[in-house]
Write a protein that binds this ligand. Structure first.
Ligand code: ATP
Ligand code: ATP
Ligand code: MG
Ligand code: MG
Lengths: 223, 223
């Protein structure tokens, strides 16, 4: 599914800040991977590169066998829209759209007709126990509710790859494990799932774990 | 410090949604209180009312002995600016200001001179281990770094009351406990601290705990 070799990422401030310093990682089809590491260590930066949302400063990235450096921005956004479901750490819901409209948006871009769009969006909202807040705007939802809406939105296109950045950070233990169960189910259904988590208990339940420390991949630690 | 009696909060959608259904709670000076409860149960709504950011639909709220219903909006914002430090669940940093400028902003409203402002802001950034990102804009910070900047901002006015909504939700276990230590220290220095947390381990370390379930206060559970 994804193959990263010697990936570096530098942000160009007055003094350049090298966040990823040579990351190599193979993620086969139907993998279930957890990425752990301290705050500021480069986890979200790595996930954005894997999700074709940002280009690395140097190194090679292959996605479904294609060398990403040779793809145009349009080809990248086509791949993203059809093959990748992304759950951002800060949700990024569109504030003037309702819960249902936010969730159906990826299907709107794929030109799925309105009736079908709404039916799939409602199914995904039900899966994250949010069918009771369909008409609310994001400002009328709690932190954990926004997070669950963002998860539902990442599922509507039934993408082969799901990337989730702290999907349970704003959830209580019980809701958190119910949501985690969804990711385990998706993995069993054949999807490739990569999640970033600070929750040691959840990370221990994921079959494949890696750590990030100062921009380099380290052992993910015992379960 | 705060006394709540029979507080209700209803949001006026097509079908009114009653989120708080009669909350009564006494928070004495120098209390250290944790509020726990499932996602969507009304925790942030309660904290916003305690923090004078929102008015209850009915019920009585006394802050430092004053009946809040009799205060004007200007008096409320004066009290907020000088007596309350608030850490929002979604940080609410100002995107075009640097880390340092975001942290010194509450002091700017209190007309503290620039040199003194900067000195206090740098001290608070050091306290949350963020002195190395002073010039970054919020979009150039990680999730956990934004959270720590928001905590530093809530401390600069040295407020008697600190209200924090999931202050460690985006932090790894190690950074999370270091930040939690700051709240324990502030409590020992005489501040009144109220935190919302999903982290059972942290909630167990707080002397006073209450739960919220369906808009009513319940027992906070054993440590
Ligand atoms: N402006 C609003 N209009 C309508 N409903 C709202 C509004 N704000 C919040 N709500 C609803 O009120 C309920 C309580 O929200 P609140 O943010 O207090 O929950 P919470 O306990 O903090 O949850 P979390 O742990 O997910 O942050 C939620 O179900 C939410 O949908
Ligand atoms: N646009 C940017 N410009 C400059 N520096 C940046 C930018 N984005 C991120 N950084 C820096 O890169 C580092 C890594 O950020 P990243 O968001 O990947 O961390 P993280 O591991 O996800 O942390 P957290 O657990 O707090 O979310 C941080 O120290 C941050 O300050
Ligand atoms: Mg991150
Ligand atoms: Mg909340």
């Amino acid at each position: 599914m994804i193959s990263l070799s010697a990936i570096r990422k530098t942000y160009g401030m007055e003094q350049p800040l090298e966040v990823l310093r040579g990351v190599s990682l193979e993620i086969p089809d139907n993998d279930f991977l957890a990425i752990v590491g301290p705050s500021g260590s480069g986890k979200s930066t790595l996930l954005h590169i894997m999700g074709l949302l940002d280009r690395p400063t140097s190194g090679e990235l292959h996605f479904e066998g294609k060398n990403v450096a040779q793809l145009s921005d349009d080809e990248l956004s086509g791949l993203r829209g059809s093959s990748i479901g992304f759950v951002f750490q800060s949700f990024h819901l569109i504030s003037h759209l309702s819960t249902l409209e936010n969730v159906e948006l990826p299907l709107f871009y794929l030109r799925v007709p309105p009736g079908k769009r709404r039916e799939i969006a409602r199914e995904c909202l039900h899966r994250v126990q949010m069918d009771h807040r369909e008409k609310h705007l994001p400002t009328q939802l709690s932190g954990g509710e926004c997070q669950r809406v963002a998860i539902a939105r990442s599922l509507v296109t039934h993408p082969p790859l799901i990337l989730a950045d702290e999907p349970t950070g704003n959830l209580d233990t019980k809701t958190g494990s119910e949501i985690f169960r969804i990711f385990t189910d998706l993995h069993e259904e054949g999807h490739t799932v990569v999640i970033i988590t600070h929750d040691r208990g959840l990370a221990a339940r994921v079959p494949h774990r890696v750590g990030i420390m100062d921009g380099l991949i380290v052992d993910g630690g015992a379960a």
